[in-house]
Design a protein around this ligand. Structure first.
Ligand SMILES: *[C@@H]1O[C@H](CO)[C@@H](O)[C@H](O)[C@H]1NC(C)=O
Length: 428
């Protein structure tokens, strides 16, 4: 099913810059039926999983018959209106997003504008999710002390590798200190990882775990657009939930986060930016700030990007983002941040510098050395309950870290008092 859920959200009345007027024109034609609450609050979804499943078109096993006639009528109206909307958008306002920037500089991305216009339409595959926060205390205060804060939607793209689970555990122990956070973990693989479900469920942080594999056609491309399918799925999730309150932040699984980052981004009105440490040659990337305003960017790789920033270097408020129905992140390696920020009509004067006018570094692009998962030669006959080794290697295998093999890999050395002995000496 095409983007039936891609209903534009309502505009804020107090905003009337050019981009917004364009969007507004678009909205008039394309608004099919919106169910955003007028007060702009998060809409509560009592059965989000079912709804996502039936609408995402992945599987609809739990789709109720009673709802289906209303649904059919909705589909019918949608299918008639959609082509009209597309026609109006592509024929009447082509490339409306990518006009010249405020300085009158020529847009270096002519031609990319088209890819921005293609709406997100990711089939969502939710593995598991939880809306309740199971933490009783967060940093010595009861959870209720934070109830008024806007929610941070922390989007973590991840992919199966030896380091995946350890990285996510480390990140989780950072996030456990952060109140009012919903962790969107999007995994780049076809099916759900039950072990990851179990892990995420155990932390007590509200989360959504989805499987968001990179489409096959991009896997052979070098460099591959890693993490894009994941972030697109998360954007789709946010859109399907009609969230118009809260903050979006893209936080990779291998970065290092100072807890002050979270209080800084929580104040985001539109788009906030801040320096990221350990990026490329300068070991830093971020805005140049004068008199409290962002005036330029420091980043060693410009490549025509209007917004040469790292994915971890900005946060977006959902009340702002929801005014841009064409929010997008195209599969274009290196340009994900730039094109995403263009798709939400960002202007340099709107950027809110954070971290004491960008003098602090609150996030670091640390990278873990990746290695292939290990194979250890250990006889299968000893992998039982006589010792801990059977359970230990079954766990490592589920985590994708290592596996024991009868015939392959490095022979396991088992020693005592500085001397190694045969496996059967200890294990038989
Ligand atoms: C940022 O700079 C502006 C202008 O110099 C100043 O008024 C403001 O207090 C600074 N903000 C912080 C948090 O230091």
């Amino acid at each position: 099913m095409p983007s039936a859920h891609y209903q534009p959200l309502e505009l804020r009345a107090d905003d009337n810059d050019e981009d917004d007027l364009l969007e507004e024109g678009l909205l008039e034609h394309c608004t099919i039926e919106t169910d955003v609450q007028p007060n702009g609050r998060i809409r509560y979804h009592p059965q989000p999983v079912d709804e996502l499943r039936s609408i995402g078109g992945m599987t609809a096993p739990r789709f109720s018959r009673a709802a289906s006639s209303g649904m059919r009528r909705f589909l019918f109206v949608t299918l008639i209106l959609l082509p009209i909307c597309f026609l109006i958008y592509f024929v009447i306002s082509p490339q409306s997003q990518d006009s010249e920037d405020a300085d009158g500089d020529v847009d270096p991305h002519n031609g990319i504008g088209n890819t921005i216009g293609i709406a997100l339409n990711e089939p969502l595959h939710i593995c598991s999710e939880r809306y309740e926060d199971h933490r009783l205390y967060i940093d010595d205060k009861p959870r209720s002390a934070y109830a008024q804060l806007p929610v941070i939607y922390f989007v973590t793209p991840t992919y199966p590798r030896r380091e995946q689970i350890p990285e996510l555990i480390r990140l989780a122990y950072t996030l456990l200190h952060v109140p009012r956070l919903h962790w969107l973990v999007a995994n780049d693989r076809e099916g759900c990882d039950n072990f990851l479900d179990m892990q995420l469920n155990g932390f007590g942080i509200p989360y959504t775990h989805m499987a968001s594999p990179m489409p096959r056609e991009y896997r052979k491309v070098k460099p591959a657009p890693r993490g894009v399918a994941n972030r697109r799925a998360a954007l789709q999730w946010l859109h399907q939930h009609n969230l118009t309150n809260g903050i979006l932040y893209f936080g990779d699984d291998d970065n290092t986060y100072d807890l002050r980052l979270f209080s800084e981004i929580r104040q985001t009105q539109r788009v906030s930016m801040f320096p990221v440490g350990l990026i490329a040659e300068y070991a830093i990337s971020g805005p140049v700030v004068r008199d409290g305003k962002v005036v330029a960017f420091l980043d060693s790789w410009v490549a025509g990007r209007r917004w040469p920033v790292d994915m971890a270097g900005f946060a977006v408020s959902l009340s702002y983002m929801s005014q841009y129905p064409n929010v997008n992140m195209p599969y274009k390696p290196g340009y994900e941040e730039d094109l995403f920020l263009r798709s939400i009509g960002l202007r340099i004067e709107q950027i809110e510098p954070r971290g004491k006018n960008c003098t602090e570094i609150l996030v670091w692009h640390t990278q873990t050395k990746n290695k292939k998962s290990a194979v250890v030669r250990l006889e299968n006959r000893f992998m039982d309950e006589r010792s801990n080794l059977g359970a230990l290697f079954r766990l490592l295998e589920r985590m994708g870290v290592a596996r024991a093999s009868d015939t392959e890999g490095l022979l396991a050395t088992i020693s005592k008092n500085g001397k190694s002995k045969t496996h059967s000496y200890f294990l038989n």
